[in-house]
Write a protein that binds this ligand. Structure first.
Ligand code: MLT
Length: 269
């Protein structure tokens, strides 16, 4: 389906019972909403499950290729408004988590619970920023197919190439179809994101933190640090998974997600 946010077209899916508690899934970089398929299938049995393609990704509007995490938060709120959703559970993986964390900091009244997956609250340090600037130069020079090759090697745990080959193939194709303009623009958005660590203690909604045991991009130590600061949060380390834990071990990931959502529902519908 298409929603128009500030006049720009966004691709999204809206599944499950329309009167149930909405759960909005935000994908990581540089994926699209399909990365949430195992969660959408499971969650939509009991909840309204919404996932969309971020600006510059999937089938959503690319525009001039200049993005910020702040702009992605504006888009998220615009999507909620266009769907008449006053409060939702927000679930974000990696970049999706950065967007969720800034949205929780800026507009806490729009959220009834949070699921933070393979993400972190700290902004990039100098070394991280420099790595992104060289990735920008590389993707502009060599294109998205080359970028995809390098990215999946880092993002997925080594064992997943044998056990989850199909999921990795699908993600690789998604990255290959993402324009270099979007990959470059998103790297700059990631490099310029603000640090949300200072506001973690203010998160007053039930929060679930999930991370792959072999995540090297946003490692379990980053999740542990958020868990220590977010009051009452729950943390689970997903075995046999790297940075894309929802696809590398969907069974374990969904088990924790569904238990959490069941507990949230009676308090926050
Ligand atoms: C993501 O998966 O969204 C990115 O790897 C996040 C990042 O590079 O910081």
């Amino acid at each position: 389906m298409i929603a128009y946010i500030s006049g720009d077209p966004f691709n999204y899916v809206d599944l499950g019972p329309s009167t149930a508690m909405p759960v909005v899934f935000i994908h990581g970089f540089p994926f699209d909403h399909e990365m949430w398929r195992p969660q959408l299938d499971a969650v939509s049995k009991t909840h309204r499950a919404i996932a969309y393609d971020l600006r510059g990704h999937g089938m959503s509007f690319v525009g001039d290729g200049q993005f910020t995490i702040e702009g992605h938060v504006n888009d998220l709120l615009g999507l909620l408004d266009s769907l008449n959703i006053s409060r939702c559970v927000v679930a974000g993986l990696s970049m999706g988590g950065y967007i969720a964390l800034r949205a929780l900091e800026r507009n806490p009244e729009r959220f009834s619970a949070a699921v933070l997956c393979d993400t972190r609250s700290e902004a990039d340090g100098n070394e991280g920023k420099l790595k992104r600037f060289s990735a920008v130069a590389n993707v502009k020079k060599n294109g998205s197919i080359e970028f995809a090759k390098g990215f999946v090697q880092v993002a997925f745990a080594p064992q997943s190439f044998a056990t989850r080959a199909e999921a990795i193939q699908r993600i690789t194709k998604t990255i290959e179809h993402t324009p270099p303009l979007s990959i470059a623009g998103t790297q700059l958005a990631l490099a310029s994101r603000t640090d949300t660590t200072g506001s973690l203690a203010n998160i007053a909604v039930p929060t679930l933190i999930l991370v792959g045991e072999n995540d090297t991009i946003t490692p379990p130590t980053a999740s542990q640090a958020m868990h220590e600061k977010i009051p009452g949060s729950k943390l689970h380390i997903i075995p046999n998974a790297g940075h894309v834990s929802n696809l590398e071990n969907p069974e374990e990931f969904n088990r924790h997600l569904l238990v959490f959502l069941k507990q949230v529902q009676p308090l926050h519908t």
